[in-house]
Design a protein around this ligand. Structure first.
Ligand code: FIX
Ligand code: ZN
Length: 419
């Protein structure tokens, strides 16, 4: 290929990746019907737990003192520590600047008060539309937990759904802490006991079926610690997790054609004083994922792993099991250098049958930066791969590129989960 053809291929790939609407398959955003649960605005951006963790490295104050501050005071403390007293070079800091710049603010003024004044002029509905349009997001999947006391009543009351916000059924307490969860299901009318017997499994299946229907859930999901094993062994909590998966979640998934999303590798609350920012990472056993895929060939699994060390093994697992779909660069993996190496590895090992990224947004505005940054990397890596095959004479056409990018940005996941 001539240099000119290479440059035009590269620019076409960047244009297509920038212009293709994405289905963001995992976020912590809420349908506007949830009112204050849908976070947005400059103060929410600044108190994002990624930034709070970074700010605590500079803030010379007891953790408890910070948590006693109002939200706007916390935001000011983060702003001063991470933006004013030091340059905001981390990925999470850069994300705030990308948002502000894209919304048309003059970031070089470094003026929090005027940012707040500008934000105060916007209303929620308009801002949702604006963020979806700028980020070119066609729909997002929420994380919806029946165990969350703030969101459960909203689902129970019912509300007209905003079609841009689809639901994901999140069930961590059910999978990870059955002794504490059994009484809750019982109180909600499900015939379960602390004993994991057939009656209990049937009760759990009814619970899952009811909530799947209530949410119209795209998939069912759990986050798991690095120690997660399958089949279960050792302690009783680990065994309970494996049994609930085997005897309740798997049959439920087959009956409803519903995929099970595994997010593996989070060590919760290694530093509880940091609250939401206190979780860490550990290397997990990809063999557990392979054994699940092998034991339940009629179930579909989505999987993302938190440790960099697990990314290669997970790609290899996906080569072995077509009922496994790898997605996202989750949380501590969402740093440009890691997204780039992971995306390149995935394309090299499993081609286009994966979903390179999700946003994990907790604040609506973040759609703008997470997708801008991710699209840049996906386009760069994809262009490089097309250039490599073009060198053999196989030059991709624009419509082939559009097809491929549509798959990477949510299309292949929709096909996989059948939604
Ligand atoms: O478990 C999860 O879904 C995680 O993504 C979150 O709990 C985590 O706090 C987060 O926001 C990571 O991006
Ligand atoms: Zn998440």
């Amino acid at each position: 290929m001539t240099l000119e053809r290479t440059a035009s291929l590269r620019s076409m790939v960047h244009t297509v990746v920038d212009d293709t609407p994405v289905f963001d398959i995992h976020t912590h955003l809420y349908d506007p019907a949830f009112g204050p649960l849908l976070l947005w605005g400059i103060d929410e951006l600044l108190v994002y737990h990624y930034l709070v963790a970074e700010a605590f490295r500079w803030i010379d104050q007891p953790f408890a003192g910070f948590w006693k501050l109002s939200k706007s005071e916390q935001a000011e403390a983060v702003w001063n520590a991470l933006f004013i007293e030091h340059s905001p070079v981390s990925e999470a800091c850069r994300g705030v600047l990308t948002c502000l710049n894209t919304f048309g603010f003059d970031v070089k003024r470094r003026d929090l008060a005027s940012l707040r004044a500008h934000y105060a002029k916007w209303d929620t509905e308009d801002f949702i539309t604006r963020c979806f349009e700028i980020a070119k997001v066609r729909k997002i999947c929420m994380t919806n937990s029946p165990f969350d006391d703030l969101e459960r009543p909203v689902w129970e009351r019912g509300f007209p759904r905003d079609p841009r916000f689809v639901a994901g059924l999140r069930i961590d307490p059910l999978v990870l802490d059955w002794p504490a969860t059994a009484p809750k299901l019982k109180a909600w009318g499900y015939n379960v006991t602390a004993n994991l017997n057939q009656q209990t499994f049937d009760g759990i299946r009814r619970f899952l079926a009811d909530w799947t229907k209530r949410l119209d859930a795209q998939y069912c999901m759990v986050s798991l610690p690095p120690e997660f094993v399958y089949p279960g062994r050792g302690d009783s909590a680990g065994n309970a997790t494996a049994q609930i998966i085997e005897h309740a979640i798997m049959p439920h998934g087959r009956e409803h054609g519903q995929a099970f999303a595994l997010m593996i590798g989070v060590n919760r609350q290694v530093n509880p004083a940091l609250q939401l920012a206190g979780d860490s990472v550990g290397t997990a056993d990809v063999g557990a994922v392979e054994r699940l895929c092998a034991a339940f060939p009629d179930n579909k699994f989505l999987c993302t792993m938190l440790a960099r060390e697990n990314q290669h093994g997970l790609c290899v697992a996906a080569r072995k099991f077509r009922n496994l779909h790898v997605f996202g660069c989750w949380w501590f993996m969402n740093a440009p250098s890691l997204v780039e190496e992971t995306t390149r590895m995935r394309l090299e090992l499993i081609g286009l049958s994966c979903t390179p990224q999700h946003s994990d947004c907790r604040v609506l505005d973040q759609l703008v930066y997470k997708w801008r940054h991710s699209r840049g990397i996906i386009a760069k890596v994809l262009a490089e791969k097309y250039e490599d095959i073009a060198a053999t004479g196989w030059e991709p056409t624009r419509s082939e590129i559009e097809r491929d990018v549509g798959d990477l940005l949510g299309g292949s996941l929709e096909t996989f989960i059948g939604r």
